[in-house]
Design a protein around this ligand. Structure first.
Ligand code: DGY
Length: 435
């Protein structure tokens, strides 16, 4: 355990740049929103100054409408290694984007609320940093306000994502049914991700055309939210994104009170209740026994067994009855495999026709998802499931290395992990799990 801790610290230090942490030196050479959130919690256990600075750098790129962007392209040179680059995203198409730095025109799961509460709880001299926390809570308030004002057209308490990358779960099998409805143009581009990681572990080239197309359409709208809502073929209410939003609201309500910001606390409570209600009334699939996705553009629920469908447990919004159903599901062959001996928790259930144990979000296990599911199952009293979710991440990292993701199948065939190596959130999550 001690050496695992040491290795986590070395990994975070190695990936630290001036004021932020790159997720992985080659594959992701800039700052990503949800990576930064998890990494900041890791930093707060070993270097509180860096934990705060990581977030301050993020807030520095907040758009005028409150959106916090998914990538901040701090430096130009590594652009050569990453596609689509800042130019393709073209954040300057909107006059709401920051002038001093280029970003993408989309966001990522709103983790910052629970991250800030975690940082504050771990602060030794809370008085000394009150200004930082007050200002941070106000930034996140503006971010959530942006989401509710621009992404919830039917006032359901459920915000939509308008690009698959906003989900954080880039090539989730759920989008397949959206892509099947139309064809994207074929773009002439050279991918950079496949220079660093084998193609078999990444989204397909065909899928990349859809990803590019959504960016191009959004950029042509000048990133105007109303215009994008009208024309984009991809508008999804995602259970992970919305559960993270709910959880963050709940944490921010407590934190606002502690910081003597009572009006904000009241608003966060309202948002929490509203989103909890939306998730419970619209996203549960009784047949599957899990929360699922809603395609707002085509007005249809999309059901696939996914790790993300358990996320409402993390936000504490599922009833006991639904929690029991989900505990049964995660311990079934859908998530443990035919012999019930796999690692938890595969991002996509084995029973899905798209299941692939090494391809990104179509089967592999992701450390930060296990972390939040462990908290969720524990909250409902499923201690053994929570322990397994934690222990499996420790075992996988010890046996296979500090990778971005891992195959859920226990077999000699999968000797190492997959995706980026020396991955920042893997290191941060290990620090959190071993605390
Ligand atoms: C990528 O480039 O694969 C990233 O996940 C986009 O956020």
């Amino acid at each position: 355990i001690e050496s695992l801790r040491e290795r986590s610290i070395v990994t975070l230090k190695k990936n630290w740049r001036e004021g932020f942490t790159v997720p992985s030196a080659n594959l992701y050479p800039f700052q990503w929103l949800w990576d930064s959130g998890f990494v900041s919690m890791g930093w707060s256990l070993i270097d509180k100054y860096k934990a705060r600075l990581e977030l301050e750098t993020l807030f520095g790129a907040q758009w005028e409408n409150g959106m916090i962007p998914h990538i901040i392209f701090h430096n130009d040179s590594p652009e050569k290694q990453y596609f689509p680059d800042a130019k393709f995203h073209g954040s300057e198409a909107s006059d709401l984007s920051p002038k001093h730095v280029k970003t993408t025109g989309m966001t990522q799961p709103p983790v910052l609320g629970f991250v800030l509460e975690f940082l504050f709880e771990n602060e030794i001299d809370k008085q000394k940093y009150l200004d930082f926390y007050r200002s941070a809570v106000k930034s996140v308030f503006r971010f959530h306000q942006y989401l509710y004002q621009n992404r919830d057209p039917k006032n359901e308490g459920l915000v939509y994502i308008r690009h698959n990358w906003e989900s954080g779960t880039d090539n989730c099998a759920v989008w397949d049914s959206v892509w099947a409805r139309y064809s994207a143009p074929t773009y002439d581009f050279v991918r950079k991700d496949t220079l660093h990681v084998d193609q078999s572990q990444r989204p397909t080239k065909k899928d990349y055309n859809y990803y590019m197309n959504l960016i191009e359409l959004s950029r042509n709208c000048g990133y105007d939210e109303q215009k994008m809502y009208e024309i984009l073929p991809f508008l999804i209410q995602d259970p992970l994104f919305n559960s993270i939003l709910a959880k963050s609201n709940q944490c921010l309500s407590r934190l606002s009170n502690a910081l003597d910001l009572p009006e904000l606390s009241v608003q966060f409570d309202e948002w929490y209740a509203k989103t909890a209600h939306g998730i419970n009334t619209k996203l549960f699939d009784d047949v599957l026994g899990q929360y699922t996705y809603f395609d707002l553009k085509n007005n249809v629920q999309i059901s696939e067994p996914t790790a993300m469908g358990f996320a409402p447990l993390f936000a504490g919004i599922a009833s006991e009855e639904r929690a029991n159903k989900m505990a049964e599901l995660i311990l079934s062959k859908h998530f443990l495999g035919e012999n019930l001996d796999g690692y938890l928790c595969p991002s996509l259930g084995y029973s899905s026709s798209a299941f692939d144990p090494v391809r990104y979000w179509r089967g592999p296990i992701w450390p930060h998802i296990n972390w939040l599911l462990a908290i969720g199952f524990k909250q409902y009293g499923f201690l053994e499931i929570a322990e397994k979710l934690r222990n499996d991440i420790i075992e996988l990292s010890v046996k296979k290395g500090f990778y971005e993701y891992f195959s859920p199948i226990k077999s000699e065939e999968f000797k190492i992990g997959y995706g980026g190596e020396d991955f920042s959130w893997t290191a941060a999550i290990l620090l959190l799990i071993m605390e």
